[in-house]
Design a protein around this ligand. Structure first.
Ligand SMILES: Cc1cc2nc3c(=O)[nH]c(=O)nc-3n(C[C@H](O)[C@H](O)[C@H](O)COP(=O)(O)O)c2cc1C
Length: 331
């Protein structure tokens, strides 16, 4: 059956060690051991989110994931996590196969430290210059993620990143993320030279996701136009844009931003600390939505692809449809 699409995926599956070159992108509070192992057991590549965890917590989560799957999965580490080195050590100790570095451009020394454990490194790049630099520094694969995606996003859309990075760097293994769901799209990207794709939003509300029922229902009700970016109040104090469904929580974020901005202007808080407090705000409100089901004040991080997601499906149903659609456009 799926011979043609599997052939096109070979480059990516060799890197990931999975059956399909489809990564289930890490989602803080959502990509825990159950979802990650379920993705890997279904032949995809699950990625555990370490968010703001410390080493002990991450170790517990990796052990739990390893008890539920013997397949490869990745660990997503946010580069600005002050416990970065401890987290890398835990991944080394637990013999994780891949670390995905997100939330900033990683240092060469971090890439080398991870390689020292025999672990493959995947990173994100927002531009061709940075993509080339990261490969020069030794990363094994790259993810380019367009601003259609859910969660923290860069300024450029997937369409622009494809033309600027993917098409100019075909010799390197690049996975594409942001606004992808249909198999025809996956097939087209593989034909353009992508090693594979990374999907997030669709797995946040799949059957195996342990996210609260209210959280999932909010996705099924939403349309793509509800997945918005918060307003930036002042150019001098730039905030990391985070795409989420509009709700009271999004308004509260703007209010929080106003408070931090005022403190920054009065010299009461430094820019980095101000931004960090906004990050904590996001992490806390995402947890409220995912675990407590507070869809009014919690953060409903979501990509624009929510437009196409109308019901709860299992990972198997999602991947079966992707493969079917992909095969239908391959000759
Ligand atoms: C609720 C949510 C939380 C996310 N958290 C993270 C994260 O902790 N680390 C990360 O690298 N990406 C995070 N992402 C991005 C996803 O891993 C993935 O790249 C993105 O969702 C792909 O685009 P899509 O939403 O259009 O499928 C998050 C996305 C969502 C929807």
């Amino acid at each position: 059956m799926n011979e043609k699409i599997l052939k096109l995926m070979e480059r990516g599956t060799k890197i990931l060690g999975s059956k399909y070159a489809i990564m289930g992108g890490a989602m803080t509070w959502i990509s825990e051991s159950n979802l990650t192992s379920a993705l890997s057991n279904a032949g995809l590549f699950g990625v555990l989110a370490s968010g703001a965890m410390d080493g002990d917590l991450l170790k517990k989560e990796i052990v739990a994931t390893q008890s539920k799957t013997d397949k490869n999965f990745g660990v997503n580490i946010i580069t600005m996590n002050p416990k970065l080195n401890d987290l890398v050590d835990v991944c080394g100790e637990r013999k994780v196969s891949h670390v995905i570095l997100a939330g900033g451009i990683p240092e060469k020394s971090t890439i080398e430290k991870i390689h020292g454990y025999g672990i493959q490194v995947i990173a994100f790049a927002p531009s061709q210059v940075i993509a080339r630099r990261l490969f020069k520094q030794g990363i094994d694969a790259l993810v380019i993620e367009g601003s259609e995606a859910g969660g923290h996003v860069g300024p450029l859309s997937t369409m622009i990143l494809i033309q600027d990075i993917l098409l100019n760097m075909k010799e390197y293994p690049i996975f594409v993320a942001g606004g992808i769901l249909r198999g025809e799209m996956v097939a087209a990207l593989l034909k353009l030279g992508a090693a594979g794709c990374q999907l997030g939003t669709v797995f946040a509300c799949c059957k195996e996701s342990t996210a609260h029922e209210n959280f999932k229902k909010a996705y099924f009700r939403a349309s793509g136009r509800n997945a918005i970016l918060p307003v930036q109040l002042d150019k001098k104090f730039n905030i990391a844009p985070v795409r989420a469904l509009e709700n009271i929580g999004m308004d509260e974020f703007v209010q929080k931003q106003r408070e931090v901005l005022q403190k920054f202007e009065k010299g009461e808080v430094r820019a980095e600390n101000g931004r960090l407090s906004l990050e904590h705000f996001w992490a806390g409100s995402l947890r409220r939505a995912v675990q407590e089901g507070d869809t009014d004040r919690g953060s409903l991080m979501s990509g624009q692809i929510v437009e196409l997601i109308k019901e709860e499906r299992s990972i198997q149903e999602i991947i079966d449809q992707i493969l079917r659609e992909a095969e239908s456009v391959l000759d």
